[in-house]
Write a protein that binds this ligand. Structure first.
Ligand code: CA
Length: 448
C-alpha cells in the first residue's frame, strides 16, 4: 500500500485564490473551478475515435491524451501513460490515491493562470464532447446508509418499529447489477415486471406503475484488495478514488412482490444512472466533517470504528433532485426542485462501507462502485425518493403545471445535482446526473 494518509490533506491545489487561464473556470457559482478537477471519459463529437480521459475545467475538458502528446503533465511516467492512453478510468484508479494526487497536482499546474503552461490546444469545449461512462464498473453494491431514509421506508412497512435491530450495527447493502449502469443522459425505459394488485390473488406482468428515483452518491474503488484479506477501517479510504452521483432507479411495486424474502432483483437491475465526472477524494478534502453517528448510539464493532473516521469520515455535500415533466418542457418551464439533503447526515461513512464490504474477505477491484443508498434528511423537503414522501407527510407531489405525481410518469426527466460549500474554500460541484423516462417497450431481442 502506498503511503498516502487515509483521509486526504488540504494543500495548495485547494487554495481558493487560485485562478485558471480557462475563463469559464473562474465563475464562483460553477461546478468545475480549478480547485475541483474531476475525472471523466469522453470522445470528441462526430469523430470515430477511442474514448479518452479528461478533466472538467469550467465549460471545457482538459484532454489528457493531448496533454501527454504535448508533454504538459509533470507526473510519474506510469501515471501520465495511464492518463494519456486509457479508455476508462480503471487503469488510473488502480494505481491508487498517490497516483491520483500527482495527476491532480499536474493538472492544477497546467491550468493555473499564473503558470506558463497555458495550452488551448489541450482543451475541448464540453459542448463538443460526448461524455461517456467514466468507469467500467465490475461490481456494484448499493448501501442503505441514511438512517432517515431507512426509518422513513421502514415506517411504511412497520409503523411501530421502523428501524430493523441490525441497522446501527451493520452497514446494510444489496448487490446491484453493473451491466445496467449507464451514464447521465441515457434514457431509462420503464421496466415491465411482476406486481400484485392490492388485495389481488394472482400477479400480473406489466409496466411498473410505481417507478421511482433514489438520489445517492457512489464511491469508486481505486486500489483493489486481495481475496481473503480484510481492509482495516483506518486504511479504507486508500481504496477509494472518488465520488460520483448515482440514481438507483426503482420499481416499487415489483420490489414489494419479489423481495419476499430476498432482496431487490429486477425492481432495481434495469437501470442505474451515474454522473460523467468522478470528483476525487483529494478534491473533497476541505469538505470533510465528523461522522454523523450520535454519541448516545451503540458504538460500532471495532472493525468499523477508528478515531479518524469519527473525526473526518463524513463529507459535507449538498444533494438535490430536480424534475421536469414533458408538460413542463412543452410550456418552457424550468425543472422544479423536489428535494435537498445533506450527505453529512449519513449514518454510515464510505470508510465503514469499504471496511464492512471487505470484512469477510470479499475482494474489491478498481472501478467497483459502492453507492451510499438514498440520501434523505429529516425535513419534509429532504426525502431522497418519491416513495418516502408519504412517510414524511410531504404527500403527493404537485408540479408547476398542476400535474400530480405519486411516482414518475413517462417523459419525466430526473436530474440529480450535488455541491460542496465551505467558508474559506471554493465551491465545487459534481455536475449533474440526468435521465428521461421512456414508455415501456414491447421490443424483445430477435434471436435470429
Ligand atoms: Ca438505493
Amino acid at each position: 500500500m502506498n503511503g498516502a494518509p487515509a483521509v486526504p490533506a488540504i494543500d495548495d491545489t485547494h487554495d481558493p485564490a487560485l485562478r485558471s487561464w480557462v475563463a469559464g473556470a473562474n465563475d464562483a457559482a460553477g461546478d468545475f473551478p480549478i480547485q475541483n478537477l474531476p475525472l471523466g471519459v469522453f470522445r470528441r463529437r462526430g469523430r470515430p475515435e477511442a474514448p479518452r480521459i479528461g478533466v472538467a475545467i469550467g465549460d471545457q475538458v482538459l484532454d489528457l491524451r493531448r496533454c501527454r502528446e504535448l508533454r504538459l503533465l509533470d507526473a510519474p511516467p506510469a501515471v501520465v501513460a495511464a492518463a494519456g492512453e486509457a479508455t476508462a478510468l480503471n487503469p488510473l484508479l488502480a494505481q491508487g490515491r498517490q497516483a491520483l494526487r500527482s495527476l491532480r497536482r499536474a493538472a492544477s499546474r497546467v491550468l493555473r493562470a499564473d503558470g506558463s503552461r497555458a495550452e488551448p490546444a489541450a482543451l475541448v469545449p464540453v459542448s463538443d464532447a460526448e461524455l461517456l461512462l467514466p468507469v467500467e464498473v465490475g461490481d456494484y453494491t448499493d448501501f442503505y446508509a441514511s438512517i432517515v431514509h431507512a426509518r422513513n421506508v421502514g415506517r411504511l412497512f412497520r409503523p411501530g418499529n421502523p428501524l430493523t435491530r441490525n441497522y446501527r450495527h451493520v452497514p446494510l447493502a444489496y448487490h446491484g447489477r453493473s451491466s445496467s449502469v449507464v451514464v447521465s443522459g441515457t434514457p431509462v425505459t420503464r421496466p415491465r415486471g411482476q406486481r400484485i394488485p392490492e388485495g389481488g390473488e394472482r400477479p400480473s406482468f406489466e409496466p411498473t406503475r410505481r417507478l421511482d428515483y433514489e438520489v445517492e452518491l457512489g464511491a469508486c474503488v481505486g486500489a483493489g484488495s486481495l481475496p481473503g484479506l480484510a481492509i482495516p477501517i483506518d486504511a479504507a479510504e486508500r481504496h477509494l478514488a472518488g465520488v460520483c452521483l448515482v440514481n438507483d432507479w426503482s420499481a416499487r411495486d415489483m420490489h414489494a412482490w419479489e423481495a419476499q424474502p430476498l432482496g431487490p432483483f429486477l425492481s432495481k437491475s434495469f437501470a442505474t444512472s451515474v454522473s460523467p465526472w468522478v470528483v476525487t477524494l483529494d478534491a473533497l478534502a476541505p469538505y470533510r466533517c465528523a461522522a454523523a453517528r450520535p454519541a448516545a448510539d451503540p458504538p460500532p464493532l471495532p472493525h468499523l470504528a477508528c478515531a479518524a473516521n469519527d473525526a473526518r469520515g463524513g463529507i459535507d455535500v449538498t444533494v438535490e433532485v430536480w424534475l421536469q415533466s414533458a408538460g413542463m418542457r412543452r410550456r418552457g418551464l424550468e425543472p422544479a426542485r423536489l428535494s435537498r439533503a445533506a450527505f453529512r447526515d449519513m449514518y454510515w461513512t464510505f470508510a465503514q462501507m469499504v471496511a464492512h464490504h471487505a470484512s469477510n474477505g470479499c475482494r474489491l477491484r478498481p472501478g467497483d462502485l459502492l453507492a451510499s443508498g438514498t440520501i434523505s434528511g429529516p425535513d419534509p423537503d429532504a426525502a431522497g425518493c418519491l416513495v418516502e414522501r408519504a412517510a414524511t407527510g410531504a404527500g403527493t407531489l404537485t408540479l408547476p403545471t398542476g400535474e400530480r405525481r405519486d411516482f414518475l410518469a413517462d417523459g419525466d426527466e430526473v436530474t440529480l445535482r450535488a455541491y460542496c460549500i465551505r467558508d474559506g474554500f471554493a465551491r465545487i460541484g459534481f455536475g449533474s446526473c440526468s435521465a428521461r423516462v421512456l414508455p415501456a417497450s414491447a421490443a424483445v431481442l430477435d434471436p435470429t
